[in-house]
Design a protein around this ligand. Structure first.
Ligand code: ZN
Length: 654
């Protein structure tokens, strides 16, 4: 921590195509934890979050809702800001890419890159994914057609474009990864990035002419039909938020100590962003830290399943601090996490209630009973030196875990002192000591427990910013830089005080508090998880959002007539049927469909259906499914879509 007295901490700017879900809350809460910790230990801290508002996808979403892109962006951006305010997120700036200063900064950066000889104009021919706002070379497409990131069909585009000489930075990037082992966290992700870069970097198209909703090119270039590529625009927020190109009063915060991101946007942050920075002749961030996805009860979250975790609902039901603790404790950073109410309740009742809350209650009980609440810590080390040493050893390990994003280990280690305290009570049996007249030892034992609770409260405060101060207040002190310095750094004893009884901090939770969203998983559409839903963690598609597509995109789905030649029930499944469908190919396609509720296996044999024939194969209950049946479902149940009159198997639909 000592090398750079400033700590610049960022979340990604969130794309305004949907409201916040647990993934956004997770990133933001980690960043908030780091920012709160940095401030507590006296670092000059700048915490940035905000919204990413440009691009064709936003233009389309706004259009579909009959709004202007700006109106639409204003609404969603405000919903993020309001949620963070409600959650007490301690950001220093909330940036929007539609801010005027941001646009100016991006334009200045563009000119600078051009001056450096890193920008040139050419014609781009390639496959473009609207959802990802990205061009992909043919070699990266799935079946020469589908987006390697989200699985959606790409569109062939030929347009004039400015390019950034990304290829020029390949070796420099590889050297950076090599020389800075912790530039990308977790390290497993770094290896993926290195493999990608070693595979060869092509120059990057950084402007578009196919839509308007973006930052215009600098006037100097006199080329008004181009707007900036959204990723150039978006990544630049980390600099423009500090005033890059305008009022540079906060620019000293650069370079970032950590950019927190979800793993879906690692490539942009770990390859494009450092290359842009090299071109701008600026230092590179210290860490780019990519976290994993959240599932719910083991299932992917998506709007269509109705199982997206709404962070506000969870915080309202279980308490914001408890939710923060759960998210950071439950998952090793970088790995995928699962949200279930059961796991959350277990954490609250066990870690928080039993280990922490009860310890405070025991201390209140013992000190009230034996000493009218008075607690003195001066003689703790006379009797309990070993325990103190063990506690300080754990506390000393914490900070590196935090800044290496090992928050689950941070919390795991922070719980050791609590276990030292609980064990000390069981071992020394203060009630027996009192009978033997060893009052001093009991007072020192209470002092030990108070000291441990005080240290834990301080180190827990960035994660549980409402609860930790309550513990501190019961122990007669406040959590701030001064108490951190004296209790954690200098290991001074806690001053004597009279304990203030407080209501239990973590009342036991006996049952799940949120209504269950029953996954509506019966329709074949949901069973055959669309590749698009892979992205659902970072951006679940609102159901009412109907993106406009061109006819060419429609024809990228291959729909065919087929005949069900065999149908059987899937053992142990209430919903699935295993079908073989002849669609005019050499052998029938195997399709697993969630239609058992509405059709018996026998009734389907010999009937014709409509099949989506070019979906990526999926596995359902261990069985391969190589297509999807078209069906319509309303309150009256589900019906398969069939040709009105028999058609030859394999006939194209469209
Ligand atoms: Zn895509």
């Amino acid at each position: 921590m000592s090398c750079h007295k400033k700590a610049y901490i960022t979340t990604p700017i969130y794309y305004v195509n949907d409201i916040a879900h647990i993934g956004h809350a997770y990133t933001t809460i980690i960043a908030d934890t780091l920012a709160k910790y940095s401030r507590m230990i006296g670092l000059d801290t700048f915490f940035l979050t905000g919204t990413d508002e440009h691009g064709q996808k936003i233009e389309h979403s706004a259009q579909a809702r009959g709004k202007s892109p700006q109106e639409y962006a204003d609404e969603i951006s405000a919903s993020f800001k309001n949620l963070w305010d409600e959650f007490g997120i301690s950001y220093d700036k909330f940036i929007r890419t539609t801010d005027e200063e941001h646009k100016i900064g991006v334009q200045k950066a563009f000119l600078k890159m051009q001056e450096r000889g890193d920008v040139y104009k050419d014609v781009y021919k390639g496959n473009y994914c609207i959802a990802c706002e990205t061009f992909f070379p043919k070699s990266q497409l799935i079946n020469e057609e589908f987006c390697p990131e989200c699985g959606r069909a790409t569109t062939l585009v030929e347009e004039e474009s400015y390019f950034f000489r990304l290829s020029k930075y390949q070796e420099k990037l590889l050297a950076w990864y090599q020389e800075h082992p912790e530039c990308i966290l977790p390290k497993s992700k770094k290896n993926e990035v290195i493999r990608f870069v070693e595979g060869g970097l092509e120059d990057l198209s950084i402007t578009r002419t196919s839509f308007d909703w973006g930052v215009k090119l600098p006037k100097e270039l006199n080329d008004p039909k181009h707007v900036m590529y959204v990723w150039l625009d978006a990544l630049m927020n980390y600099l423009t938020a500090l005033g890059y190109g305008t009022d540079e009063k906060n620019i000293d915060f650069w370079p970032a100590r950590v950019h927190l991101i979800g793993k879906d946007i690692l490539r942009f942050h770990a390859i494009y962003w450092p290359a842009f920075l090299m071109s701008l002749d600026l230092p590179l961030p210290k860490h780019i830290a990519a976290h994993g996805w959240w599932t719910r009860n083991g299932e992917k979250m998506s709007k269509s399943k109705g199982n997206v975790v709404n962070p506000k609902e969870v915080a309202d039901a279980y308490g914001l601090d408890n939710f923060r603790y759960f998210m950071l404790r439950e998952v090793p950073f970088g790995g995928d996490g699962d949200f279930s109410q059961k796991a959350l309740i277990d954490r609250i009742n066990s870690d928080l209630g039993n280990d922490l809350g009860n310890l405070l209650n025991r201390l209140i009980g013992m000190s009230t009973k034996y000493f009218e609440g008075r607690i003195e810590c001066a003689r703790v080390s006379d009797f309990y030196q070993a325990e103190l040493a063990e506690v300080d050893e754990s506390i000393a390990k914490l900070e590196p875990y935090l800044f290496e994003m090992q928050l689950h280990r941070y919390l795991e280690e922070l719980w050791r002192p609590l276990s030292v305290a609980n064990k000390a009570i069981d071992r020394y049996q203060p009630w027996a000591l009192m009978k033997e007249g060893k009052e001093e030892e009991v007072m020192a034992l209470n002092g030990l427990i108070a000291t441990i609770l005080a240290k834990v409260a301080i180190m827990l405060s960035p994660i549980m910013p409402k609860t930790a101060p309550k513990i501190a207040s019961a122990l007669g002190f406040e959590i701030n830089h001064a108490s951190w310095s004296s209790l954690i750094v200098s290991k001074e004893p806690l001053s004597s005080f009279v304990i203030a009884p407080i209501p239990p901090l973590f009342p036991r939770i006996e049952e799940e508090l949120l209504a269950h969203h029953e996954p509506d998983s019966a329709t074949p559409q949901n069973k055959q998880e669309s590749a698009a839903e892979k992205n659902s963690q970072s951006a679940p598609e609102p159901e009412d959002q109907i993106a406009l597509i061109g006819i060419d995109q429609f024809f990228q789905s291959s729909l065919k007539v087929g005949t069900i030649v065999s149908a059987e029930e899937v053992p142990k499944s209430a919903k699935l049927l295993l079908l073989q469908v002849d669609i005019g190919e050499e052998s029938p396609r195997q399709v697993v469909a969630g239609i058992k509720e509405w059709y018996s296996a026998a009734s389907l044999i010999g009937t014709q259906v409509c099949v989506v024939a070019n979906l990526k194969p999926a596995k359902l209950m261990g069985m391969k499914s190589e297509g999807m049946l078209l069906a319509a479902k309303d309150s009256g149940g589900l019906s398969l879509i069939r040709p009105e009159a028999p058609k030859t198997n394999g006939t194209k639909i469209g």
